[in-house]
Design a protein around this ligand. Structure first.
Ligand SMILES: NC(=O)c1ccc[n+]([C@@H]2O[C@H](COP(=O)([O-])OP(=O)(O)OC[C@H]3O[C@@H](n4cnc5c(N)ncnc54)[C@H](OP(=O)(O)O)[C@@H]3O)[C@@H](O)[C@H]2O)c1
Length: 144
């Protein structure tokens, strides 16, 4: 049986962690004692978010970096970018994501005032963007 991993020994990177979904997860993980790297297309935006997240959690567990550095330095990487940029973002990060545990929370959805709606131009169909990095055979769960 695989041994359980102590999550507090891991660094989790959040691609697009400057957005609402990434922030919500990052704050909770940081409070649980996990080290976080907030990723962004712009390192300075990520650093500003990380500073705010540290203040909100009362921890020093969170730093910021551009998405490629975030992916390279983390053990576990969460994709939390909009559907429209999902494929391009992941395709550009194939190399830094090798060997990482990859979590994808991106949905082909947008939101109107009251409810989720299909993302523009996608008709609600999931495009397999995660295949840019995710293995078809999960193996040990890491990106090959
Ligand atoms: N599974 C679930 O339960 C669940 C729930 C809610 C949301 N979601 C999914 O989580 C994802 C993120 O949601 P969100 O509301 O946090 O999204 P968001 O705020 O619109 O975007 C998140 C971040 O993505 C980056 N981004 C924006 N446009 C981009 C582009 N063209 N290329 C690359 N990066 C871009 C931005 O960061 P920078 O400008 O700093 O790069 C932004 O802060 C969505 O795909 C949504 O469907 C899932």
């Amino acid at each position: 049986m695989t041994e359980a991993i102590d999550p507090t020994t891991l660094t989790v990177g959040v691609l697009g962690g400057t957005g609402a979904q990434g922030k919500g997860l990052a704050l909770r993980w940081a409070k649980a004692g996990i080290r976080l790297i907030i990723g962004s297309r712009a390192a300075e935006r990520a650093e500003a978010s990380a500073a705010e997240h540290c203040q909100l959690t009362g921890t020093e567990n969170i730093t910021g970096a551009d998405n490629a550095t975030c992916a390279a330095q983390a053990d576990v990487v969460l994709a939390a970018v909009p559907w429209e940029s999902h494929a391009d973002t992941l395709t550009g990060l194939v190399e830094p994501l090798r060997g990482k545990i990859f979590i994808d929370c991106v949905n082909p959805l947008g939101f109107d005032k009251n409810r989720p709606v299909p993302a523009p131009g996608r008709g609600g169909q999931r495009r397999p963007a995660g295949r840019a990095v995710a293995p078809r055979d999960p193996g040990d769960g890491r990106v090959p």
